[in-house]
Ligand binder design. Structure first.
Ligand SMILES: C[S@@+](CC[C@H](N)C(=O)[O-])C[C@H]1O[C@@H](n2cnc3c(N)ncnc32)[C@H](O)[C@@H]1O
Length: 234
């Protein structure tokens, strides 16, 4: 190492140290800026991905939850979920009070008719298009202790045969009742009874009615409507 007078060494050293310090400060600033750019870039793109994922999940979840409720309204015959009133349910079992055996609720909604039927001693089944309502009905039947005498099926009412049922309940809409008359008349045994809630069948003659206004129910005897259909009276 060369030997310099003390004063000179100090001047040179001070110049090069300052320079070195300035350089390293700039480098540090540049490096840390580059580092923070890349790290915030990474973290902000990560946050973006999480937000996009959450939004996507929320949209898919919302669609899955609501589509089964909207779908019936988009079919050729629009039959939305409108639960029976308490009076309506009572009227159904008033007109079926002398009856036992199997019962089907066509379009069983949240399962209230099926559950009430089980409590009245029927072996009851619900047929419903909406899977959420079927899950809810099964849960409610279990909670109310009637799961052994009830069953719920995710099915399209037009694709199911009701031939094995001796009691059938329908809370339909007027646009479907003429088609349903033909289906039930051809499938049901002559010992069956059919109860229509809120909207009657267009050509069948009811045996009895119960309730009034929106709570009205009509009960029909299969022997009568089957023979009327055979003889072309309806
Ligand atoms: C008016 S609500 C009656 C609900 C229940 N029976 C009651 O009285 O509380 C009609 C139900 O039929 C269901 N539904 C509509 N179209 C259907 C179809 N093609 N097959 C089976 N169920 C259907 C709807 O999802 C709705 O829950």
């Amino acid at each position: 190492m060369p030997c310099y007078p003390v004063g000179r060494i100090t001047a040179l050293q001070s110049f090069s140290f300052r320079n070195a310090l300035i350089m390293s400060k700039e480098e540090v600033i540049l490096q840390s800026a580059a580092h923070s750019d890349s790290s915030t870039g990474r973290s902000s793109s990560g946050v973006g991905l999480v937000i996009t994922g959450l939004l996507g999940g929320a949209v898919v979840g919302l669609y899955a939850a609501t589509a089964p409720f909207v779908a019936p309204a988009l079919r050729k015959v629009c039959l939305p979920f409108v639960p029976a009133t308490t009076e309506q349910v009572q009227n159904v079992f008033k007109v079926l009070r002398a009856r036992t055996g199997t019962l089907a609720d066509i379009g069983s909604g949240d399962g209230r008719i099926v559950i009430a039927a089980a409590k009245h001693g029927f072996k009851a089944s619900g047929f419903e298009l909406n899977p959420w309502l079927v899950c809810y009905s099964r849960y409610k039947a279990w909670r109310e202790g009637v799961h052994h005498s009830t069953s719920f099926h995710i099915s399209d009412l037009w694709k199911v045969s009701f031939a094995q049922y001796s009691n059938v309940v329908i809370f339909g809409v007027p646009q479907m009742m003429d088609q349903l008359e033909l289906k039930l008349a051809s499938e049901l045994p002559s010992t069956a009874k059919v109860v229509a809630c809120r909207f009657p069948f267009p050509t069948w003659v009811p045996e009895h009615t119960a309730g009034e206004g929106i709570d009205t129910v009509w009960v029909y005897d299969a022997k009568t409507f089957k023979s009327d259909q055979q003889h072309g009276t309806t």
